[in-house]
Design a protein around this ligand. Structure first.
Ligand code: NOJ
Length: 739
């Protein structure tokens, strides 16, 4: 009891101190704003790109520097490193009011130490690992002068044609929301303003991941239910976790560009969610409202964007060129401009930049932090946790080291750059451990031979004969294939997501040797690889695993690490099935028997089921699920029910299982998905060990966005499903909500 009082007293003191700090910053902001001209206010809303460029436009660099000195710029992106950030900050401090700049960068999966791409990390379902990855990225970036990262991308994505599935957490809202919060906590650390933290950005607000036909920047058209239930919750989770900023997006949503969308930015984000941070546009997205046909010209775009709640204009030049006149003409109220400026200045004070504009740019810290060897160890750990064992016939894996000859073959087997994936901000490739290198390092007595067969992309078959000869001399073949690093990410949509070039032909040629075949696949998205899926003995999906990728892959292949990852996104059999999610809605004509699908919701040339389902992932051991009980078969809206069951490791090696809880609302005012993920737990078990696990089910677990466009749970029956994957349900129960 006494302890509780102390905890409550400490919490109250912290809350009080935070309020006092808020009030103090508010006063400082108000005082500064009193001294600002309209032009200086507009300057704070203007974000420029530095020497490296990620998008299509830029004006001459010298002009940009002059603008900084004149106080016409509030933030820079793409200026990195202590030396450069100091140099540019010094220019801002020559301006009349000496307002420091915010330095921002796309630190998506690491700064110097490269972690797996976010979709890969999502496969770990490991919130601590994901948070740690973001923490280390933040430490490194913050030591290199960066205040702010444009991450996490929290867009739900169910279309693997869209190249940016790589940057997010996959198809699921619940998993995506948990990961959004973990990544925000990781980037921002305990406190914004600590010099090992950076501001996070929840992007791209909103629904960017649902671009029609998976074509990047394309329109989005969706129901209110989809928006509120599937696409918005990860943003809400990021806001609740304290994300300092939001980025809006390039797409239209039901006809209105997100950047000019007041319903999203004013009503939902800053209204219903009471969000206090600021919103940055995406690169030029204010200007792009002109080609969208939503704004008549750049001036109109500036007016529409700021009135809709878009606070900072990234490389769009709409605010800097037109906002002052728009305010004078009464098209934008001074209070609207002031609100945007206030939000941005608040963050600059919170980061401590007015006390010391160079506090993130310390050369000694940069050197120490960027050379911290513990970061590599963490990158290895996260990469191991991200690798999914898709298939393992006859337990070919793990490979034995005893007098085995292992042929490591393939265009990506000795690649370094392709292990990093996209959004790498420094050229670190020399520090990347390739798969062959990792295999050699882990081989022990086994002998490793190597043949590339073809260059990344695999355009030609000239090297196949040598590769086949190498395979013929071995006991087992490890084939490393996949996408090259630049095939997924922004502006990398594909209509054909099979393995690029001649890679499946390479597999077939090697398979003809009759040797057991292990395929290691690298990619930023689910690929379609039906021949390999049917004929390979084992398949390991490594995504783009980062700096320690080769070591991580080798440790999995040799069984030094027992894989535990599960797919965060469905793998289709063909592009024709897309979009395909485990959480599909029921139909009036469900397929109950794959052999009889006439006049059913089916295809005449394919089964409905995916190649690999959401949540799928194997281990070198087996897990048994038994003894499901519910603390009560019924509950009321205010009650909670506990669902418990046993999970045992019935195999011979220790392993980690990701236990998944799904639910179906059987009858409701709006038709519900066949399954929705509602919880998961990661449990490590020794051989023979059993653990009893529980999930708590409450009103929130049963709620959905109903026909009145409100969140709520409806009385009736719910099916509860516990299992190892969305298509591998081991235990079922039912629960009745009585009112
Ligand atoms: C455009 C991308 O959509 C966004 O995610 C990124 O943060 C900006 N460019 C800045 O590089």
């Amino acid at each position: 009891m006494k302890k509780l009082h102390i905890v409550a007293a400490v919490a109250a003191t912290i809350a009080f101190a935070a309020q006092a700090q808020d009030a103090q910053i508010d006063r400082k902001v108000a005082d500064l704003m009193k001294r600002m001209t309209v032009a200086e206010k507009v300057g704070q809303l203007h974000q420029l790109s530095g020497r490296q460029f990620t998008g299509p436009t830029s004006s001459a660099y010298a002009d940009k520097l002059a603008d900084i000195r004149a106080g016409k710029v509030g933030s820079m992106l793409n200026v990195t490193g202590v030396a450069d950030t100091r140099e540019i900050q010094a220019l801002a401090l020559q301006s009349r009011l000496k307002i420091p700049l915010l330095f921002s960068l796309d630190v998506i999966h690491g700064y110097k130490t490269v972690f797996p791409v976010p979709l890969g990390e999502a496969a770990s379902w490991d919130m601590e690992a994901i948070e740690l990855s973001a923490r280390i990225a933040a430490k490194e970036a913050a030591a290199a002068g960066i205040h702010w990262t444009f991450a996490p991308m929290v867009d739900v994505a169910r279309d693997p044609r869209w190249g940016r599935v790589m940057e997010g957490a996959g198809e699921d809202t619940y998993l995506g929301s948990r990961i959004a919060a973990a990544r925000v906590h990781g980037f921002q650390g305990k406190k914004l303003g600590a010099t090992d933290s950076v501001m996070a950005t929840a992007k791209h607000f909103a629904a960017y991941g649902a671009a029609v036909a998976g074509r990047d920047y394309n329109a989005v058209d969706m129901s209110e239910q989809q928006l509120h239930e599937v696409y918005l919750p990860p943003f809400k989770a990021a806001a609740d976790a304290g994300a300092a900023t939001f980025m809006n997006s390039f797409n239209t949503l039901n006809g209105i560009p997100a950047t000019g969308n007041a319903m999203l930015q004013r009503d939902i984000l800053k209204g219903a969610w009471k969000y206090k941070g600021f919103v940055v546009s995406d690169w030029g997205s204010v200007r792009e409202m002109v080609p969208h046909g939503y704004a008549a010209d750049l001036s109109d775009a500036a007016v529409k964007a700021i009135n809709a709640g878009s606070d900072m204009d990234m490389e769009g030049y709409a605010y800097t060129q037109h906002l002052e006149a728009a305010v004078k003409a009464g098209k934008v109220k001074m209070s609207v401009l002031d609100d945007a400026v206030r939000r941005i200045l608040y963050k600059k004070f919170e980061l401590g930049l007015f006390d010391d504009p160079y506090r993130y740019s310390d050369p000694a810290r940069e050197k120490t932090v960027l050379n911290d060897s513990s970061h590599r160890a963490a990158a290895l750990d996260v990469a191991q946790k991200s690798i999914v064992l898709l298939k393992n016939e006859n337990k070919l894996l793990p490979l034995s080291r005893d007098s085995k000859r292992i042929a490591v073959i393939g265009p990506l087997a000795d690649s370094q750059r392709d292990l990093e994936g996209g959004w790498v901000v420094q050229d670190n490739r020399a520090r990347v451990v390739s798969i062959v290198e990792g295999m050699r390092g882990h081989a022990g007595k086994a002998e490793i031979s190597y043949a590339q067969a073809c260059a990344p992309g695999c355009a030609t078959t000239e090297g196949f004969a040598e590769a086949v000869a190498t395979a013929s001399r071995a006991d087992v073949v490890v084939l490393a294939v996949g996408e090259t690093w630049d095939m997924s990410g922004e502006a990398k949509s594909r209509t054909d997501i099979t393995l690029p070039g001649q890679q499946e032909a390479l597999f077939t040629a090697l398979k003809a040797t009759g040797k057991p075949m292990v395929v290691v696949m690298l990619a930023g998205r689910p690929l379609v690889f039906n021949t390999i899926a049917d004929q390979a003995d084992a398949i390991v999906y490594a995504w783009f695993p980062g700096s320690e990728g080769g070591n991580a892959v080798a440790s999995v292949l040799f069984g030094d690490y027992n894989p535990s990852a599960k797919l965060p996104i469905t793998f289709p059999r063909s592009v024709g099935q897309i979009p395909l999610s485990y959480a599909q809605y029921s139909t009036g004509r469900p397929v109950t028997d794959e052999k009889n699908v006439v006049y059913k919701s089916a295809y005449i040339d394919s089964v409905n089921t995916p190649r690999y389902a959401f949540g799928h992932g194997l281990s070198y051991t087996d897990f048994k699920y038994t003894g499901l009980t519910l603390s009560s078969p019924t509950m009321t809206q205010g009650q909670k029910v506990s669902l418990s069951f046993d999970v045992s490791n019935s195999g011979k090696v220790a392993g980690t299982e990701i236990v998944q809880l799904y639910l179906r609302d059987m009858v409701s005012s709006v038709v519900r998905p066949l399954k929705e993920l509602k919880g998961f737990q990661k449990v490590h078990l020794k051989p023979g060990e059993t653990r009893r696990l529980s999930f708590t089910i409450d009103r929130d677990t049963l709620s959905f966005f109903n026909s009145q466009l409100k969140w709520g749970a409806e009385a009736g029956d719910f099916k509860l499903m516990v299992g190892s994957a969305s298509d591998d349900i081991r235990l079922e129960g039912s629960l009745k909500l009585t009112q």
